[in-house]
Design a protein around this ligand. Structure first.
Ligand code: HEC
Ligand code: HEC
Length: 226
């Protein structure tokens, strides 16, 4: 129940806390950054856009996912982990290593500014489905295994450190699930949340089952609509 209450509070706040006029992307109580000229925008353009896309929509050819439907808290933790060698340091984690190398110079304030930029200034990505699976079968798995942490609508639960899965590219969900299964993500001793997901991952170890659950997740509307 507490988890549900947290999720509902989060959704309620998103719906009403901001009082943002339609069409405006400014959120009054969040640090506002402009895509032109702010320090975070400059870092984004110089260091992130080449892989994640100009507006953070993701680039499958480079294995770089869409970022704009993730929470600021999750983004800050992941970036801090990449910088600190807690994520992306496993010898077989090629995608993670490329990412870690690209952000090694970021400071804490760069990271906070980037998280604000990604969640409030960049337009919300609406990735299209690329993976075929049986979404009805996947729904059963999702409801029984994943929803307790990632939320009934796959919108995530910051109190548990579980990210939104809706609005994240399906090919990236598939490769990250596989990384947890193969022990290349969530294996670092300081990666508390990654370890939780890695322990859970063997619940679905069959590739078809994973594709089914991902097909279901890809059918769920993301938190932020265009
Ligand atoms: C060289 C290409 C490259 C550059 C440049 C790059 N990234 Fe990444 N990024 C990746 C790849 C590849 C992944 C996927 C890693 C994996 O599969 O574990 C990733 C993953 C991430 C994640 C984790 C997403 C998740 O859902 O867990 C975040 C957050 C992120 N990048 C933010 C950034 C930011 C912010 C910048 C700029 C400061 C940046 N990246 C620059 C390639 C890049
Ligand atoms: C016990 C709670 C829990 C359960 C149950 C759970 N997860 Fe997770 N999951 C997490 C946490 C916590 C993270 C963040 C881990 C990290 O920081 O690396 C995560 C991360 C993920 C990621 C990485 C997302 C990204 O943006 O990089 C994927 C994919 C994922 N989970 C899929 C699933 C699926 C599919 C299920 C059901 C089969 C599931 N999870 C069940 C807690 C859980």
């Amino acid at each position: 129940m507490r988890r549900l209450a947290t999720l509902l509070a989060l959704i309620g706040c998103l719906a009403s806390c901001g009082d943002t006029p339609p069409g405006s992307s400014a959120a009054p109580d969040v640090m506002t950054v402009s895509l032109t000229g702010s320090p975070a925008a400059m870092v984004w353009q110089a260091q992130c856009a080449a892989c994640h896309g100009a507006t953070g929509e993701g680039n499958q050819a480079l294995a770089a996912p869409a970022l704009t439907q993730l929470s600021a808290q999750y983004l800050i933790r992941q970036l801090t982990h990449f910088v600190g060698g807690i994520r992306g340091s496993h010898p077989d984690d090629n995608a993670g290593k490329r990412m870690a190398l690209s952000v090694a110079n970021l400071s804490e304030s760069d990271i906070a500014g980037l998280a604000a930029l990604i969640t409030t200034e960049l337009p919300p990505a609406q990735p299209r489905a690329t993976i075929k699976g049986d979404a009805d079968r996947g729904k059963d798995y999702y409801v029984n295994i994943c929803s307790a942490c990632h939320g009934g609508n796959a919108l995530g639960n910051d109190a548990l450190g579980a990210p939104a899965l809706a609005g994240v590219n399906d090919w990236y969900l598939q490769s990250s699930y596989q990384s947890y299964l193969n022990g290349i993500r969530g294996a670092h001793p300081d990666d508390v949340h990654g370890a939780q997901m890695a322990r859970l991952a063997p619940a679905l170890a069959n590739r078809d089952d994973i594709d089914d659950v991902i097909a279901y997740i890809a059918s769920k509307p993301p938190l932020r609509s265009p």
